[in-house]
Design a protein around this ligand. Structure first.
Ligand SMILES: *Cc1c(COP(=O)(O)O)cnc(C)c1O
Length: 456
């Protein structure tokens, strides 16, 4: 059959509250044109993020009832720990309330003034935690990763030549090497198993520990199975284990590929680092057998990890994005190709070429998608990455708009509606205008900054 159906039935539904374009124009103005400022009831299709917004399965909800809320030594922790270790064979699994808490702990150990931390592309919270420690983060993704049209199968790969030069030049100031799979900020593009291994090898040759930001490990493993020749007959759990086997630790947001509404973890092999990390954990998150989570959350994550590696799920998941990408491409909307694992990315800088990067074409597109169709998306461009610690502002590498697809939440007709909103946008896109930022915090401004539309 050509149609790849949603591999689940719906047992419980949440109504969507309908709004009109006229209402939405007022609502977004009242939110100072920041999509993060909207009430979610005022959104028809919420593609702001795929983080914690997925639908849990009936088995996960059932597992929640098994949650043991003991302060120390909960069996829920042991089930969670076993589920993580089954896929990611690390010595120490340290639960946290989100991925960023794991990052905070990791960079409280490895960060600090004068330190330099390379990655293919650091995600915004990762960069935020690195910079808050006084260290600097650098993105060394392959050049193809910056070209939205290039059809390279693994556009999230680390540029190994750049990394080698970087490690040569920065020497002792580099405490560790990171790799984000899939590369969220770079379009949800995967990293090959060969590249993961080569990055680990290079890091270790220079005596640096190697850490994976594994938020979308299952989607990444699916792409490895589809696109890496010698991997196509292997199971997703086997590929996953091979990805993490070469690493010294990982950070994880369980709100992504663990089907959680909340959660995360830090994993480490080194015993001394684990002592340091757990000490920090007790101070900021909680006792090491619950971290920042309830026992019931740990149960839901343990179950979620067994569901996320299901090939029928991953097939449907990635196909949804490809379907939207194919149709937007046919409409002439410049999209990042190939489709990413968790989201569809539109090249707003190219599509709205009349709006210069420092007038935020991504923001202009995101606001228009909301006003016209009630779709909430996220700018991943100059608003998110343009402001630097020294106060200067420059255009980001790309101005993208991300339509992040929550896991198991929307159906084919929602996808068709999204495409239809773009059909309408094609007609008015040249009339869209840019924005200026009227108020912003010191770091990670995109969450809370305020915008004013510029006159057309
Ligand atoms: C979401 C995400 C994080 C941060 O995780 P939270 O759970 O939101 O704190 C870190 N890295 C990547 C790649 C992410 O997608």
């Amino acid at each position: 059959m050509k149609t790849i159906i949603e591999p689940f039935r719906i047992k419980s539904v949440e109504p969507i509250r309908m709004t009109t374009p006229q209402e939405r124009k007022t609502l977004i103005r009242d939110a100072q044109y920041n999509l993060f400022g909207l009430h979610s009831q005022d959104v028809l299709i919420d593609l702001l993020t795929d983080s914690g917004t997925g639908a849990m399965s009936s088995a996960q909800w059932a597992a929640i009832m098994h949650g043991d809320e003991s302060y120390a030594g909960s069996p829920s922790f042991l089930r969670f720990e076993a589920a993580v270790k089954n896929l990611m064979p690390f010595e120490h699994i340290i639960p946290t309330h989100q991925g960023r808490a794991a990052e905070n702990i990791l960079f409280s150990i490895f960060g600090g003034p004068g330190k330099n931390i390379p990655s293919n592309t650091h995600f915004d919270t990762t960069r935020g935690n690195i910079e808050a420690s006084g260290a600097a983060g650098h993105d060394l993704v392959i050049d193809e990763g910056h070209d939205p049209e290039c059809l390279h199968p693994f556009k999230g790969n680390m540029d190994l030549a750049k990394l080698e030069t970087y490690l040569d030049e920065h020497g002792d100031s580099v405490p560790c090497v990171m790799l984000t799979i899939t590369n969220n900020a770079g379009g949800g593009q995967p990293v090959s198993l060969a590249n993961i291994r080569a990055t680990a090898e290079l890091a270790h040759r220079f005596g640096k520990p190697f850490f994976i930001d594994g938020c979308r490990f299952a989607e990444n493993a699916w792409f490895i199975k589809q696109r890496e020749d010698d991997q196509k007959d292997r199971s997703i759990p086997d590929i996953t284990r091979d990805c993490f086997r070469v690493a010294d630790g990982m950070t994880m947001s369980a709100k992504k590929d663990a089907f959680g509404n909340i959660g995360g973890w830090l994993a480490l092999n080194d015993d001394d680092l684990a002592v340091e990390a757990r000490t920090h954990l007790i101070r900021t998150e909680g006792f090491p057998t619950y971290g920042g989570l309830a026992g019931r959350d740990l149960e839901a994550l343990a179950q979620g990890l067994s569901e996320i590696v299901d090939e029928d799920y991953l097939h449907y998941r990635v196909r949804t994005n490809e379907y939207i990408v194919e149709r937007l491409d046919a409409l002439g909307v410049p999209v990042v190709k190939p489709a990413g694992g968790h989201a569809v990315f539109i090249d707003a800088r190219k599509w709205l070429g009349h709006i210069p990067p420092l007038e935020y074409p991504g923001q202009a597109l995101a606001v228009a998608l909301y006003e016209l169709g009630g779709i909430r998306s996220c700018e991943i461009g100059t608003v998110m990455f343009g402001r630097h610690p020294d106060g200067s502002e420059t255009p980001a590498a790309m101005d993208l708009v991300r339509l992040a697809i929550p896991r198991r939440t929307y159906t084919q007709s929602h996808a068709d509606y999204i495409i239809e909103v773009f059909e309408e946008l094609v007609k008015i896109k040249d009339s869209l205008t840019g924005y200026r930022i009227s108020k912003e915090p010191k770091i990670m401004r995109h969450f809370t900054c305020q915008f004013e539309p510029l006159a057309g």
